[in-house]
Design a binder for this molecule. Structure first.
Ligand code: TXA
Ligand code: MG
Length: 318
């Protein structure tokens, strides 16, 4: 089992020895290693069973640190950085030589972000290298939003989990970049499109859905529990699966459900942020509950509802 605690000095010591440490962020927990040390970075891919064509996000604690590993930041992206960092925003920026190809899967851009979590910001300011960190889950499974989630799945593979409590945002960062002067959103996430457009105007959303994506990691089937997830009208789905034990994820109204269905209500008050925070925990709980199938309804396609629906859809592809 991994040791769990709030000891930054200990986390620092492991990272300096090329070891992996799980770190809390406001989005999800990350599986961190020294981003400029390929030996350390390789351990991330091994622990996660992650294909090396899927690049990693690099975390720092200041814009100054970001400038050490990137170059030629487009003015609109700089505006976004200033508006939303620290926060759930990842920028794809032209990388400097110092960033190993293993981190970017050989691409010219590196994904970077400044996470908004006090413990991790403190840790980052005490080490003299940035941290590469994908979500701390086995490849393809649901991202962890508590230290316990990490312990359950990666506890045997890493020495230390820095425990920062429950992740407040609960969805991974929104990934944004620029091509030919156009600002592009590649992954929906914890920062809404509306918020981004309020700073840089209209953006283009290009989510990669294929199984061999240009922006790797945007695989169609991802964030998936082991049990099958079906999406649609909750009443219809209950009827279709009436011969099975059902777990249901709903948003708001749940009085339509049968007594035997195990119900997880993302937000009784229909609050999108609350729903985002609960989503991954609920998927895990239903995956572990005594049910055969998971059924879910989509949220209205607005604000964080877009990102939540994206995760639900990806979790449902078999
Ligand atoms: O909120 C988050 O972003 C969390 C926390 C830990 O920071 N991290 C996270 O990492 O979600 P991960 O590895 O699960 O997702 C990273 C994804 C990749 O799968 C890929 O889609 C995209 O980010 N990405 C990273 N670097 C990229 C690059 N250079 N070019 C294109 N896409 C990139
Ligand atoms: Mg991930």
């Amino acid at each position: 089992m991994a040791e769990t605690g709030k000891d930054i000095t200990k986390a620092k010591a492991f990272l300096e020895k090329e070891q992996l440490v799980a770190i809390p962020t406001e989005t999800v927990y990350g599986l961190a290693a020294n981003a400029v040390n390929p030996v350390a970075v390789a351990k991330i891919f091994e622990a996660k069973d992650r294909p090396t064509f899927d690049p990693l996000i690099v975390h720092t604690h200041s814009l100054n640190e970001v400038l050490k590993i990137t170059k030629d930041i487009h003015p609109s992206l700089l505006k976004l950085a200033k508006a939303f960092w620290p926060g759930p925003l990842t920028l794809l920026l032209p990388k400097k030589e110092i960033v190993p190809n293993l981190v970017t899967s050989g691409l010219d851009r590196v994904g970077v972000r400044i996470p908004n979590h006090p413990l991790t910001l403190q840790l980052l300011s005490q080490i003299d290298f940035p941290l590469a960190a994908p979500s701390a889950n086995p490849f393809g499974y649901i991202s962890p939003t508590t230290a316990e989630h990490v312990q359950k799945q990666l506890g045997l593979k890493i020495p230390y989990i820095l425990d920062g409590g429950n992740c407040e945002v609960g969805l991974e960062s929104t990934i944004v970049g620029e091509e030919n002067g156009e600002i592009i959103v590649y992954r929906l996430g914890g920062l809404s499109i509306d918020a981004i457009e309020s700073i840089v105007g209209k953006v283009s959303v290009q989510l990669n859905q294929s199984s061999n994506p240009k922006a790797p990691g945007q695989l169609k089937s991802h964030y998936a529990p082991k049990k099958p997830v079906y999406i649609g009208d909750i009443n219809d789905l209950q009827n279709i699966h009436s011969d099975k034990k059902i777990g249901a994820i709903v948003f708001g109204n749940d009085n339509i459900l049968k007594a035997t269905t195990v119900v997880k209500n993302l937000s009784v008050a229909k609050n999108y942020q609350e729903a985002a925070t609960n989503l991954f925990s609920f998927l895990r709980e239903l995956d572990e509950a005594d049910v055969d199938v998971i059924i879910a309804e989509l949220l209205p396609e607005q604000g964080l509802g877009l990102a939540i629906n994206d995760r639900l859809r990806r979790s449902s592809v078999i």
